[in-house]
Design a protein around this ligand. Sequence first.
Ligand code: SAM
Length: 270
Amino acid sequence: MSTTRRLETERERMVGLIRQRGVQETHILDAFRAVPRHAFVGSDLEEFAYEDAPLPIGSGQTVSQPYMVALMVQDACVRPGEKVLEVGTGSGYAAAVYAEIARDVYTIERYADLADTARTLLDRLGYDNIHVRHGDGTTGWRDEAPFDAIIVAAGGPQVPESLKRQLQIGGRLVVPVGETPRDQVIVRVTRLGEEEWRREELGAVRFVPLVGEEGWREEASTRPEAKAKAPMLTEGDETGSDRDARDRSVRGLTRPSPIELMPTARPVSR
Ligand code: SAM
């Protein structure tokens, strides 16, 4: 089998896993079919690109687990034609998935090298509707507000006020929030009016820390006890076959995955 054919087969298997775990909307699954995740990880990790697991991308960060990206799109109710802000570009993979659905995606990354690499790759892949900026995403992207959806790919101590205010009326903000830099629940905030928002808690997750003016301070995010709380992998709500696949991928990894983004309290649809 050619490499291209093998990667397509693995991608389709990954889409099947996402569907099996409960994300079933066709436009979301089609977006995952369209994005070559193997292009967003180093060539040494290409063989794991379609495992449903986060993978290291440098600067101590990760490309998000595909199922988690799918949940965030679903929770944020991203629809065709919308304008989306992502905080935490990382590799650019999730931005590409969002861009398959939305009209425009604005994405901010705090590490300049990650932002530059993602911008170059997304340009090469032809995503002219993704706009990458280096900076602190906790204060949003004022010049481009308002947004229909805002998705934060890192966990903060509270919902950033600036992001709430950059939502369109009817817009949805999805952000992991927790009392420590390593454990969060997904919070969805919907803007109902000029000064009215609805807050919902959707389930436990574990993301890398959101570091910035309206997130964690640098020192809090790197203190030893925070790191010690981050196991290489967490038992979540996976099925046995998910766990087997993940174990296989972990055994084979040449570099450890620094943090697992597995949701810990979502129902599994079989
Ligand atoms: N969505 C990314 C992908 O698909 O590759 C993965 C995101 S990774 C889990 C979280 C990212 O958030 C990291 O790259 C991290 O540097 C970034 N981050 C953390 N705090 C940030 C902030 N205040 N502003 C922008 N990016 C931030």
